[in-house]
Write a protein that binds this ligand. Structure first.
Ligand code: ADP
Ligand code: MG
Length: 477
């Protein structure tokens, strides 16, 4: 992609749906599977006189997220009305936070192509979601189940410089929120939505260019592509002598293009004022310290710990800590066999491949952490060979059985008795007089042939080292 001496400037607004059981300002359920308009009440349909009540769990979740994003948490934050008219917003305003958001001035760090990045978080504020309109020919259906669901809007500084950086930033935010268990991060279901602000400026200039906002992109790949497209479009326009209009655009993944949606509102268009039906949220130091103490280990910390504690390469650690549940599975398995690299190898190759193919999460794995750990332990003890372990793994995947149970049922233990192996080899030698005499005449590379045949005859159960020893001995004649 040609930058033609321009530098892109990008800032993301991420709307994260908080995983509360009830809505931001009412006791309506937040269940995603509910039928249309089932999760509603006078508050969420905006009946006159209905009064909002703040959901304490949403406040706690916002604080958790704010702390993990290195934000300052305001001891006094205020909800404001953001006024606009739209059919999916029956009240005529959204309750949001404006000048006094609950979290501000944070940052996150990550690397892109081995380069460290530090991106500012300007603010993270609480607000309620709107309903959903479905347009059908000449009429429109409204579903208010989403109306009032708590959102945390996380606003980055204009610090990102490429589509790739923006997508890694968004993935990192998602990973943190999922570790904290405050948002499920499901982009398809809309529980995480990214708005991308993009502008370009001539390299060396201070002043930012006019920005365009691309709304509601529902995949990280599209975040990257939409931004890359938009950068090119803006540079082309400027080079043609046109000026960029501040507007909201939509990205069409099929055409890989962005399109004008509407010209952008300014804050003054929303006539913000403090929500008169709610008191400010006042937090105490004790509340904040309690939540701070309860914060789980975060992905980057865990990744470094895995490298140190288990002597794992960065590559392994990063994959194993990508999801909290994956890292917990790993640690549980290691407790059983005390072989971190062994468990890591089995997870990263066999297990993750099978899970991927079957489209299952680690929580849905038919093979439990204890069973995988036991399998690795059995290889280490020499009870089974690596080859048999693969057979057992396949059986565990099908039946969820414990490996020892499978070994017993299928008689799969490794044969380590030299006498038993000797019998197999005697038979092999008797059956192959030709190769045997060639071998004895000096064609020693035939050894591989004998090893393969003997292993086959033992149905893969002979211990390879013992088999080798006995074979060499017997072939001498
Ligand atoms: P609004 O609420 O109008 O969308 P914000 O102040 O919340 O405006 O900023 C939205 C996002 O736009 C932030 O992530 C910010 O970093 C980013 N941003 C601001 N100015 C620019 C710019 N000139 N180019 C690119 N991004 C910008
Ligand atoms: Mg905004």
């Amino acid at each position: 992609m040609s930058m033609r001496n321009y530098e892109p400037v990008i800032g993301l607004e991420i709307h994260a749906q908080l995983k509360t059981n009830t809505k931001m300002f009412s006791s309506d359920s937040t269940r995603f599977e509910a039928s249309d308009n089932e999760n509603t009440s006078p508050v969420s349909v905006g009946m006159p006189g209905a009064l909002p009540v703040i959901n304490k769990q949403a406040i706690d979740f916002a604080i958790r997220a704010g702390l993990a994003l290195n934000c300052q948490i305001r001891k006094k934050s205020v909800f404001s009305r953001k006024n606009y008219f739209y059919p999916d917003l029956p009240k005529g305003y959204q309750i949001s936070q404006y000048d006094l958001p609950i979290c501000e001035e944070g940052f996150i760090e990550f690397t892109v192509d081995d380069e460290p990045k530090k991106i500012q978080i300007i603010r993270a504020h609480l607000e309620e979601d709107a309903g959903k309109s479905t347009h059908q020919g000449d009429y429109t259906l409204i579903n208010l189940n989403r109306s009032g669901i708590p959102l945390l809007e996380i606003v980055s500084g204009p610090d990102l410089r490429s589509g790739k950086e923006a997508s890694v930033y968004a993935r990192t935010v998602r990973q943190i929120l999922r570790y904290l268990d405050v948002c499920d991060g499901n982009l398809e279901e809309g529980s995480l939505r990214c708005d991308c602000n993009v502008s370009v400026r001539k390299v060396g200039t201070e002043k930012f260019g006019t920005r365009v906002e691309i709304k509601n992109i529902n995949s990280f790949r599209f975040v990257e592509k939409a931004i890359e497209f938009e950068i090119e479009r803006q540079i082309d326009a400027i080079e043609r002598g046109e000026s960029i209009v501040q507007e909201t655009r939509l990205y069409d993944p099929d055409k890989n293009k962005t399109f004008t949606m509407r010209t952008k509102e300014d804050a003054q268009d929303y006539r913000y004022f403090p929500e008169p039906d709610l008191l400010p949220v006042i937090l105490t130091e004790a509340q904040l310290s309690k939540i701070k103490l309860e914060l789980p280990e975060l992905p980057q910390q865990k990744c470094s710990r895995f490298q140190k504690q288990y002597s794992l390469p960065f590559y392994d650690s990063e994959i194993l800590t990508a999801e909290r549940e994956l890292s917990e599975f790993f640690e549980e398995a290691v407790k059983i066999c005390n072989n971190p690299k062994g468990v890591s190898n089995w997870m990263m190759t066999e297990l993750l491949r099978e899970l991927n193919e079957a489209k299952l999460t680690i929580q849905q794995s038919p093979i439990s952490a204890v069973n995988l750990g036991t399998l690795v332990g059995l290889i280490d003890k020499g009870t089974i060979s690596g080859k048999i372990a693969k057979t057992i793994f396949a059986e565990m995947w099908k039946t969820s059985d414990h490996p020892e149970q499978i070994i017993k049922a299928k008689g799969l233990t490794q044969i380590t008795d030299p006498k038993a192996i000797g019998l197999i080899i005697d038979e092999l030698i008797a059956k192959n007089p030709g190769p045997v005499s060639e071998y004895r005449a000096g064609k020693t590379k035939l050894l591989g042939f004998f090893v393969g045949q003997a292993m086959k005859a033992s149905q893969g159960q002979a211990n390879p080292e013992i088999l080798n020893q006995v074979l060499l001995e017997k072939l001498k004649g």
